[in-house]
Design a protein around this ligand. Structure first.
Ligand code: NAI
Length: 261
């Protein structure tokens, strides 16, 4: 446990089959939470279920496509039926489609927004309605530093992450009076399957670490990629009581890559 004690809490984590989502699931479960792990990738969830079972952690897996409102609603309903009121939601499911802005297809744009924005909306709506009725809860959306700083070949991704952050903060404003905090964590380059999918050879991490001047991209001042656990630690902090007076905040975890912007 790193930032708090979550005994008696129920958490939903989307994108739980991916690198960062899995680290968040383990972090919360290690700290005592009952965690519902949601992902569209059923085999990844099965592997997570086995791993959590080996460690005797309280992790329930529910496959779902967060871009579908009916599936988002059903998964929240099922989570509460099995485990009780949901205290925390972490929106971590995401997709990245890389293309020059002028060759980006409408399909790639729509897919990116359907998961990175619509998914956040559907899951947050389903959870926050229930939280509001109870007067407590915390939501963290995993955005990206690319939602703040433009990156070449990532127009759809950058736009989607900016939208998800703006939505989450607006939700935080509207729900503050109901005792619900809504925050955003902005990772930079993090060593997961999503980042590795961009690498074509062994020099893959070099662009992240050293920067690419021709693309107006600075490197990482702290000189390493983030580990998934770096992001999970920030998420856990924002969910915990240690962050009880923090809402509508964007916490950037990128080793300085966006120069604190
Ligand atoms: P990942 O690719 O390892 O995991 C993403 C997960 O989301 C996958 O398990 C995937 O199956 C799931 N997913 C995709 N579409 C879904 C849908 N419709 N419904 C439910 N689940 C769906 O990626 P990673 O690195 O763990 O990313 C997690 C989050 O962090 C994403 O939102 C990503 O945009 C964000 N991020 C990642 C960075 C990185 O360098 N890895 C940098 C900045 C942000």
């Amino acid at each position: 446990m790193t930032t708090g004690c979550f005994h008696g809490n129920v958490a939903i984590v989307t994108g739980a089959g991916g690198g960062i989502g899995e680290a968040i699931v383990y972090g919360l479960a290690d700290a005592g939470a009952a965690v519902v792990a949601v992902d569209i990738d059923a085999p990844a969830l099965e592997a997570l279920e086995r791993g959590a079972g080996d460690k005797a952690l309280n992790v329930t897996v529910l496959p779902a496509d967060v871009s579908r409102p009916a599936q988002a609603e059903a998964v929240v309903e099922e989570a509460e039926k099995r485990l009780g009121p949901v205290d925390f939601l972490v929106n971590c499911a995401g997709v990245l489609r890389v293309a020059d802005a002028l060759s980006l297809t409408a399909e790639s744009w729509r897919l990116t927004f359907s998961v990175n924005v619509d998914g956040v909306f559907h899951m947050s709506s389903a959870v926050a309605r229930r939280m509001a009725a109870r007067g407590r809860g915390a939501i963290v959306t995993v955005g990206s530093n690319a939602g703040r700083v433009p990156r070449t070949h990532m127009a759809a991704y950058c736009a989607s992450k900016a939208a998800a952050a703006a939505y989450t903060k607006t939700l935080g404003l509207e729900l503050a009076g109901s005792g619900i905090r809504c925050n955003v964590v902005l990772p930079g380059s993090t060593d997961t399957p999503m980042l590795r999918s961009l690498w074509t050879d062994d020099t893959g991490p070099d662009g992240s670490l050293n920067g690419v001047p021709s693309e107006y991209r600075v490197g990482i001042p702290l000189r390493r990629l983030a580990r998934a656990s770096d992001i999970a630690n920030a998420v856990e902090f924002l969910l915990s009581d240690r962050a009880s007076h923090i809402t509508m905040h964007e916490l950037c975890v990128d080793g300085g890559a966006s120069l604190g912007s």
